[in-house]
Design a protein around this ligand. Structure first.
Ligand code: NAP
Length: 244
């Protein structure tokens, strides 16, 4: 790919903003998608009003940003609820709506744009919770798992037009989404830099940080033990269960 023209969803804060900054620093033209365009802070980035669950806004973005050759599907939500034992079942649906269907909306809308620009690339920002059932991340974990499969299916479908797809498996990162999390958290810029390098190498699925690599190793060593240990955490966390 010669000149990078990127669109980053959720480009106004967190990991999305880090992608916008990193891409700008590398000389790319960058559209920063945001539900509130005024919230986009990166100098030189082009704000685009974009709620990825809104079909009209997604279509308008694809019609406006016709030179995009890199789509970074970053926008996501984590609502910190149980999936089964809950009196708030809509949260699981909302997490699927944004993390999975929102990414699917963007992928469908931008596939022709990428095709017209030589194939291009898609980066999907996923999670360790998408490679192992993570009970304390109730609806989020299945949504990220579904989006990992979406990444593979997109790669296969768009292969004839030359579109490459990289799924990033991300651990814990210092953003608003992980405000409630203790322990080691990565710098969002490191995730963006690593993710862009992985995409440039044409990686299909890439573990971006220590937690992701560690999770992959635990899964390989003893998947049942690992899943069980994560399962036990649901009873220790401060989740709002809807039962208290
Ligand atoms: N932080 C972590 O530890 C971590 C770990 C693994 C994976 N991830 C993934 O990394 C990605 C970015 O998360 P983050 O940590 O940077 O979280 P964040 O700081 O909470 O940022 C989330 C971004 O997504 C946007 N967004 C939410 N719903 C949207 C919608 N319907 N349409 C468009 N934009 C929407 C938000 O916009 P508003 O400002 O308008 O709300 C915000 O820009 C997510 O996909 C997340 O699942 C994060």
């Amino acid at each position: 790919m010669s000149v990078v023209v990127a669109l980053v969803t959720g480009g106004n804060r967190g990991i999305g903003q880090a992608f916008v900054e990193e891409l700008r620093e590398q000389g790319a033209k960058v559209y920063a998608g945001s539900r509130d365009p005024a919230a986009v802070q990166t100098p030189g980035a082009i704000p685009v009003e974009l709620d990825i669950t809104d079909p009209a806004q997604v279509a308008a973005a694809a019609a406006h940003c016709t030179d995009v050759n890199l789509l970074v599907n970053n926008a996501g939500i984590f609502l910190n609820r149980r999936l089964v034992q809950t009196d708030d079942p809509d949260t699981g649906r909302a997490e699927m709506e944004v993390n999975y269907f929102g990414t699917l909306n963007m992928t469908r809308a931008f596939a022709p744009v990428l095709g017209a620009n030589g194939g291009g690339q898609i980066i999907n920002v996923l999670s360790v919770a998408g490679i192992v059932p993570t009970a304390f991340m109730g609806g989020y974990s299945p949504a990220k798992a579904a989006t990992l499969f979406l990444s593979g299916i997109t790669r296969a479908e768009l292969e004839p037009q030359g579109t490459k797809v990289t799924a990033l498996i991300v651990g814990s990162v210092e953003t608003r989404m992980s405000d409630h999390v203790d322990g080691r958290k990565e710098d969002p810029r490191d995730i963006a830099r690593t993710g862009l390098k992985a995409a440039a190498k044409g990686e299909w699925t890439f573990d971006t940080d220590w937690m992701a690599v560690d999770a992959r190793a635990r899964l390989a060593r003893d998947p049942v033990r690992y899943e069980r240990s994560l399962g036990r955490l649901v009873h220790k966390t401060t989740l709002r269960t809807g039962r208290d």
